[in-house]
Each structure stands twice: as C-alpha cells, then as structure tokens.
Design a protein around this ligand. Structure first.
Ligand SMILES: Nc1ncnc2c1ncn2[C@@H]1O[C@H](COP(=O)(O)OP(=O)(O)OP(=O)(O)O)[C@@H](O)[C@H]1O
Ligand SMILES: O=C(O)[C@@H](O)C(=O)CO
Length: 478
C-alpha cells in the first residue's frame, strides 16, 4: 500500500486485458469481479464463527486503514494495482455511473493514487453511450476538471490519428465494429463521439505534439484545461507513443482509455522497458500453476476465435455444441458434455475443447430459430454448467474465449477475484484465483478478437510439464 493504480473496467475480458499489461510492466495486480460496494459482505478470508460457519464481514468493518481493507479483500500485502471488472458497457447509463462510482470509492479506500476508467480499444458504446456519463461522474467525484481519452492499442491494430480511431487499416466505422450486435460503431471521430455522450467539450492532442515528447503533451493538456475543455483525445499510432503519453499523464488523478494507456502509465511508474510485452512477460518461471487437468471452453463467435477453434481442432479432441440441445435439455446436455470432458482428459494429452463458436451465418440461423437473447443466455448458462461440473471432476485450469462466456464461466466457478500473471498474448494473461491450496484455479480468459491462431495451444505450452497432470483422479474427484 498505497495502490499505485486503481482501474474500473467496463467489461470482464477488458479488465483482464489491462491487468495483463500492468503485470507485464511490473505492477503486482489483482482483478476483483464487481460490482463491488464498500459495505458488501466479503467472500475472501471471512472470519469464522465459533460453530465453524463463516461470519459475514464487510470492508467497512475492516477498513480502518487501506491495509486492513486490502487484507479483508484477500489482496496480497504488496499489491500495486487493483482492477475492478464491471459489466457496465451496455447497461442503462445511470446504473453504469452508480457501479463505477462504487468501484471508485473502493479503490480510493484502498489508497489508489490514480484511477483509470478502462473501456474498449474500439470505444464500444451504445448510441446514448456510457463512456461519457461515467467519465463525467468520475471527473466530478474526484474533483478533476480534465481527463484524457486514449483508447489506442497499436499492438492489436487500434490506433488514433487526428482524433479518429482506426482498426488495423480501416476507420472504426468501416470495420467489423460497424455491425456489432450491441454496440455498433458508426462514427470514428472520437471528439464527436465523446461530446455526443457527455457534458463537456473535447479537444485533440495531435500526433505532432505527441512526437515532441511528454513535456509537449503536458503543455497541450494545460492549454486544454485553460481553454475550458474537459476531454483531451490524444493521437497514438505506435506502442512507443504510449510511453510518452504514460509519462505525460503520470500526475493526473484520473485518466480514461484502453489497456494501452494503462500499459504506458504503468511503465512510466515502474521504469519498465518500452515496447510490446511479449508472450511470457510478467514472469512465467515464478508463476506457480495448479497441477489438475485443463479444458478449453469457447463461446466467442468472433472471426479470430473461429480461426483459433479451427486450428486447435486439428490437434486436440473437440466437441461442437448443438444449440438445439442446449435449448431443449440444457442441464442434461451439459452433464453429458462434462462427462465427455472428463473421459477425454483421462485419455488424451491435450486439453479437450468444447466450442459453440460458429461462423456468422450459422449464428444467425440459431438466432432466427430460437431468438438471439435466448440463445446467448442458454449457451452462456451451458458453459457455466460444464465448467462447474468439470471443476467438480478435478479440472483446475480453464481457458475460456469470449467476454460474456468468460463471465459465465467464472461466475459458475464462484470466482470473485484473481491474481494476474504472465501474458499469453497481448491483452490475455494467465490468472489464478486468490484461494490457496486445492481450491486454487488457473484461468485464461480471452477477449473475442485477441490472440493469434495458435492461442489455445500457446496458453498450454506456458504451463511447465511438471505442473501439468492431464489425468484427473476420478476416484477422489480431484
Ligand atoms: N453458435 C452460437 N449461436 C448463437 N450464439 C452463440 C453461439 N455460440 C455462442 N453464442 C453466444 O454469443 C455470445 C458471444 O459473446 P462473448 O462475449 O462470449 O464473445 P465475444 O463477443 O467474441 O467476446 P468479447 O466480448 O470479449 O469481444 C455469447 O452470448 C454466447 O453465448
Ligand atoms: O480494449 C479491448 O479491446 C478489450 O480489452 C475489450 O474491452 C474487449 O471487450
């Protein structure tokens, strides 16, 4: 203590994304799954009544000091950063604001020196938008008059030039994000997007200023403040510029953006080398993996996940999910699938894959047949059930693809929070739950579009052979 950085993330894999970059930059980081309030009963390290039953304790009971609160939350004593993951991207703005303010209060009580609001590198927001209202509420709450808007993550193809957001070679509004089912992005101009959903005025800090270094960016921010602007959209076209921006905003109490600015800020705080953190950065060697069996659960239907599933199917046992069966007899079908997982772990060396991942025309066909919301909810519940049953049978290592899918899996596993470890791919780290002993789990939770084709195998290659034991002991259930 104190925390060098507290992050409020508006979705689950987005939180894991930034947490991985913070670890790669040298900050010991824990992710807590929200929403969380200061007066909420704690799951971790709860004291026990004389009869052995857990006694409900709230952070407020314990938060005489930031260190007491951290201990009550089960955080390691030397934690540097806490990321709170919300699911606030597309909920009503008033709820997103309330949850974000609660998260901010908790981070402040933990002694966070600075706060980041983390949103998607493609600025995913609904027409009314939650990024603007949450940013405004946090600015007001923290008593700040200006913040920065930095969604760019150049290593994954997200760049900002002249205030416009690009996805690889296309402007945001011409990329696949144009047709996103929940947050279709039909404009690429971040100043216009930000002003449309917020109360203040946006200005641009152009590429030429960033190229001149941190002092020039700092001066531009000061000019923007004097000029009465509230949001400074900063051009970013390569990873090195994130270090310049990180150094320039180090003294701001509140920043907003993607995992890129989190990475630049963290590197400027720790003095870590600049550039793209490679696979394994964050310390694979010292990272103690569990020794149980592994499973891959893929519910993302993104283009990249489709390629990853195809590549992995060529080298591992796999089972495609029949959505009709999920709808008709979800619980039974999940139990059968979990039994297949267990048998396969016993017979094969490579972790089995269960996938609902499908190309867009197939997804549309399922949605037309059963309704989009119904299919999504049923498939998510199915993956939750398979995960819970697999855990019962001795699986301790879960690789999940897709933000919603990862949320459903971690919820079913009863995971409240985890420590973040080495990066498998930019934005996807290995994590492990905070529990000690046999209850500990390893989780790799992948955003839909992250990782390359080899991702599922690459994640497993990082586990030392001595840790991996693909044969669960079926007699003991462990
Ligand atoms: N075959 C399918 N047909 C229809 N819907 C599906 C199918 N398979 C999965 N789904 C649903 O599609 C959604 C995928 O969302 P998820 O957030 O998991 O992935 P993503 O959007 O690619 O990831 P991210 O949010 O990290 O970018 C889930 O609700 C899942 O249940
Ligand atoms: O910033 C990103 O692209 C991801 O962390 C994300 O938020 C995906 O939903």
């Amino acid at each position: 203590m104190p925390l060098r950085l507290g992050v409020i993330a508006d979705d689950f894999t987005g939180a894991t994304d930034i947490a991985g970059f913070l670890v790669a930059a040298g900050l010991r980081t824990v992710q807590l799954n929200g929403p969380l309030q200061l007066n909420e009963p704690l799951q971790h390290n709860s004291p026990v009544e004389p009869d052995g039953s857990p006694r409900a304790q709230t952070p407020q009971d314990a938060h005489g000091s930031a260190a007491d609160l951290a201990a009550a939350l089960g955080l390691p004593a030397d934690v540097d950063a806490v990321v709170i993951s919300l699911k606030s991207r597309s909920i009503p703005a008033s709820e997103a604001v309330a949850q974000s303010l609660d998260a901010c209060r908790l981070l402040e009580a933990l002694g966070a020196e600075r706060i980041q609001f983390k949103y998607c590198s493609t600025f995913d927001s609904t027409a009314e938008g939650n990024i603007g209202p949450v940013t405004d509420a946090l600015l007001d709450h923290l008593g700040e008059d200006l913040t920065v808007v930095v969604p760019a993550l150049p290593v994954n193809g997200r760049t900002v030039y002249q205030g416009n957001l690009f996805v690889h070679h296309q402007p945001l509004h011409e990329s696949g994000m144009r047709d996103h089912p929940v947050t279709p992005m039909r404009d690429s101009d971040l100043l216009r997007l930000m002003e449309a959903q917020s109360a203040g005025r946006a200005v641009k800090v152009p590429h030429a200023v960033v190229a001149r270094g941190p002092e020039a960016v700092r001066e531009a921010l000061q000019e923007a403040r004097v000029d009465g602007a509230r949001y400074a959209v900063i051009d970013t076209i390569d990873m090195d510029q994130l270090d310049i921006i990180g150094a320039a905003v180090q003294d701001l109490r509140f920043v907003t953006g993607g995992s890129g600015i989190g990475s630049g800020l963290a590197r400027s705080l720790t003095g870590a080398a600049s550039g793209v953190p490679g696979a394994g950065s964050g310390g694979t060697e010292a990272w103690g993996f569990t020794s149980g069996a592994a499973v891959v659960l893929s519910g993302s239907c993104s283009e990249m996940t489709n390629r990853q599933v195809e590549a992995y199917r060529a080298q591992a046992p796999s089972r495609g999910v029949d959505v009709d069966q999920v709808i008709a007899r979800g619980a039974e079908y999940a139990a059968e699938t979990a039994a297949w997982v267990q048998q396969t772990q016993h017979d094969a060396e490579t972790a089995p894959l269960v996938y609902a991942t499908a190309p867009p025309e197939e997804v549309r066909a399922w949605q037309d047949r059963h309704g989009a919301a119904r299919v999504s909810a049923a498939v998510e519940e199915f993956f939750g059930r398979v995960a819970a049953a697999a855990r019962e049978a001795g699986t301790t290592r879960f690789i999940a693809a897709g933000g919603e899918t990862s949320g459903a899996v971690t919820q079913a596993l009863g995971v409240d929070g985890f420590e973040v470890g080495p990066q498998i791919a930019p934005g996807v780290p290995w994590t492990r739950t905070l529990a000690d002993g046999p209850d500990r789990l390893d989780l790799a939770l992948k955003s839909g579009n992250f990782g390359d084709e080899d991702f599922f195998a690459a994640a497993q290659r990082m586990v030392p052979a001595t840790a991996a034991d693909p044969t669960p002991d079926t007699a003991s259930g462990r």
